[in-house]
Design a protein around this ligand. Structure first.
Ligand code: ATP
Ligand code: MG
Length: 174
């Protein structure tokens, strides 16, 4: 049976969007699928996933960082240029037909900031190879993107340690 590529969105204000996408990548890799992950906006090199993927899964899970660090420490033009370069890379990777699963981590912010239009994103999703699964993460996924997707999950905050003033923990948050 031919593979039916799914468009999967992890959105909402609760924790778990990126980690769920990474879990999906791990599961796919275990089944022999070729995976590409592009992380927009944040793009710190020393996250647990970047460290793990630098040594494990060579040739099977690719990770590309298309961010400049935290947005409030950067001028908007720098953030925008990095995001646009990441978007160009995403376009090439998607159209290459060399992958079974592509994760576009924090892509929703590109639409939110007006860096890429909703139409452009959906246009590319429509043109993707039929077998390609795509996972998109980020808060506030736009209505048309949600409408186009096959699988949408909203992470909702019930409690977060940040509310108690507990700082980000290595291996949990990064
Ligand atoms: P993760 O990468 O842990 O799966 P995420 O992708 O759902 O989280 P993002 O919005 O990308 O969340 O933000 C990443 C960071 O922000 C993580 O360190 C996460 O713990 C933290 N975070 C997520 N939700 C909240 C929240 N409601 N309050 C405070 N911090 C949060
Ligand atoms: Mg995230």
């Amino acid at each position: 049976m031919a593979t039916q590529g799914l468009v999967i969105i992890n959105t909402g204000h609760g924790k778990g969007k990126t980690t769920a996408a990474l879990g999906q990548a791990l599961r796919a890799a275990g089944q022999g699928l070729k995976v590409c992950i592009i992380q927009f906006i944040k793009g710190q090199a020393k996250t647990g996933e970047a460290l793990a993927l630098a040594t494990d899964f060579p040739g099977q899970i690719e990770l590309h960082l298309a961010g400049t660090g935290f947005t409030w420490q950067q001028d908007m033009e720098t953030v925008k240029a990095a995001a646009l370069a990441g978007w160009q890379l995403a376009r090439e990777k998607i159209l290459s037909d060399a992958y079974d699963l592509i994760v576009l981590d924090e892509l929703t912010y590109l639409i939110g900031f007006g860096i890429v239009s909703e139409e452009e994103v959906i246009g590319l999703l429509r043109k993707r190879p039929k077998r390609l699964h795509l996972v998109i993460t980020g808060r506030d996924a736009s209505p048309r993107l949600i409408d186009y997707a096959d699988l949408v999950t909203e992470m909702r905050v019930i409690k977060h340690p940040f509310q108690k003033g507990i700082k980000a923990q290595k291996g949990i948050e990064f």
